[in-house]
Design a protein around this ligand. Sequence first.
Ligand SMILES: [Zn+2]
Length: 420
Amino acid sequence: MHKELFDLVSGQPVTDCTIVWPALRYILEPLTGFAEYILSFTRYIVQLVSWIAWLMIVTAGWAIVRKKTLRDAGVNGMGVVLFFLTVVVVVLVFPLSWPRLVTPSGTAVVDFHSHTFYSHDGIKSPTQSIAFHRRLGYTEFFVTEHGHTNGFPQFSAAAQYATVFPGMQVSTKERVSLLIFADRQFDGAEFRDKTVSQVIDLAHRYGFVVVCPHWWKWRYFSWDELYKKGIDGFEIYNAGYRNFSAEERARLVQFCRDNHLVMLGNTDWHGWGSMTDVWTVVPGVTPGVGAPLMQFLREHRSSRVLVNLQPEAQGTLRYFFEPFCGAYYYFSAITVPQACGLMGWIIVIVIAGRFSWCAQFRRLIPQIFGLGLLALVFYCLFIWLPLRPENTILNRLLAPIIAVIGVLWLVYGKVQNKKN
Ligand SMILES: [Zn+2]
């Protein structure tokens, strides 16, 4: 079993494109392998909770075998969980490594759905968004902020209409999420507080295109109802919300084919993590030229939606045993360079463990992590946030969570030092 690039639209393996990872991926394999795994979660909260529960069960079992006191067992458990959460923060915030789709030259590879920190829940800048998309092999992308179009003008003039195109993700009165694609800047406010039919009708009057993203997230209206309201197409894959079975996706693909609708696979990138596993390839469109791209959408022409996946079981049993299932899928798909990177780290850690300076360094780790995370909080609140005061995820979720983990590391360091 291994990851294989295939086209969700045709259901066939892809032979004319490949995925290339930079060498950094293999050098940092324990971290990048874990990042790739975490970012492929179908139910983030459930799978993270499963991990934390198992880490606590295993450390408790270890404490019983080693006849540790309850206090020591608690401190050990705290250290293990803090380490896990820190790794999760690191892989979500920092660009570590990325798979690049290599296509025949002259092929347009488009991400039709992405956000910057001008959305309330995005955490990266327009410059970082361009870098992200270039690295992954996209030739162009749409920026689709939530409920407004203020992100697009923040991109450089050189990037506008060459690399990045204007769009918007809007929630209708019926709470249906819709993506609007445009060939010119527009006022997002015009599309707010409207019904699905009103959004679609207004967009069509302007020559814009409306697609339903991650329909499976809320399942409002049937595909047929949306089709009758005039929808131009559907996302059939969304790297942010993957909880959609292969069987139901195949039915949606068939529905789009039968009704001549656009099919897209998008990153829905909000700045979390530096990877994706989906690329929409648009045949017959020259990269960096806007008009043919809009024409492709308006004419509902067929695309190729390439995903780099291995078939994995999902469901309650998998989530219950998540760390074991995750490890099973990782090791069953591991490549030789990945295995070499992993072995290298194991050898380095085993050898370093024999030196006394390493033990001294280990004692400093809680302080290093604690202060490092608090520096990241400072960066979120004082560097990022002033750029976009309406952003709520930085001050209400990201910064507080990281701050708590950072402070807990410092507490853990204090308790550890007292113990020794
Ligand atoms: Zn979105």
